[in-house]
Design a protein around this ligand. Structure first.
Ligand SMILES: [Zn+2]
Length: 246
């Protein structure tokens, strides 16, 4: 039976040049599942977030029938997914990340903007945290890791410089409206809590104490936060960049 298939955005990188960005006709056995057809093009499951069959979100295990039209979108391709019903178990609006060990600075920057980001050293922990059950999106620069079929949510970071990586992730996952500075501990990822000024009088230097009215504390490590210049500059920079064309 014949199925019409089209891959979108960077998923085309997996296809031979003469098959990219166009409708492709595949002749497959009856009962072929969505994921089997996708993988027959050597496109890894971890790179795919959304499959539409005849315009409707479809589970990867759905069996295709003659004449179906399959559209395949990469992980968190924002323009379409935000307006389409997400697949079960695929939270889209509050993305949670787990950064590979070579992306420590990116993890810290994401926390600086308020995004839930674990930072994990070592392959197995990373794979578990990025599993469908844990529901975190793995961020890594490793192309080899992206080929791992146990991954269900993963994004390969292209840029090498941390602040460019941050911008790349904010754009890719369409996070600019969800930036919440000073909401998360940079050291342990916990949500910060407001704290009364008298309580922290001995914990910050006098100049900072008098310059700032509002302070926050991490419930885990007790680190104190305030609206300091570094975080504020980073947020301004991101907001300025995010709306510029690449
Ligand atoms: Zn902390």
């Amino acid at each position: 039976m014949k199925i019409l298939v089209r891959f979108y955005e960077e998923l085309n990188d997996y296809l031979p040049p003469d098959s990219r960005r166009q409708d492709l006709v595949r002749d497959v056995e009856p009962g072929t599942m969505v994921i089997q057809l996708i993988e027959s093009f050597k496109v890894p499951e971890a790179s795919v977030d959304l499959a539409l069959v005849n315009g409707t979100p479809a589970d990867f295990s759905r069996a295709l029938v003659e004449g179906d039209r399959l559209s395949v979108y990469p992980v968190f391709e924002s323009f379409d997914i935000a307006r389409t019903t997400p697949l079960p178990g695929r939270p889209l609006r509050s993305p949670r990340f787990v950064a590979a060990d070579h992306l420590g600075k990116l993890a810290k920057y994401l926390r600086m903007l308020g995004f839930d980001t674990l930072y994990i050293k070592g392959g197995d922990g990373l794979l578990f945290a990025g599993s469908r059950k844990a529901g975190r999106t793995i961020l890594s620069r490793s192309a080899r890791l992206m080929q791992n079929h146990r991954l269900t949510h993963a994004y390969r970071v292209r840029n090498e410089i941390p602040d460019r990586q941050l911008l790349e992730v904010v754009r890719r996952f369409d996070l600019s409206e969800q930036i919440r500075p000073l909401s998360r501990c940079l050291r342990c990822n916990a949500l910060l809590e407001p704290i009364e000024r008298p309580e922290i009088r001995d914990q910050v230097n006098l100049k900072i104490f008098h310059q700032h009215k509002v302070f926050y504390a991490c419930p885990h490590c007790r680190r104190i936060y305030w609206n300091g210049s570094h975080a504020a500059r980073m947020v301004d920079w991101i907001k300025g960049q995010v709306f510029l064309q690449e």
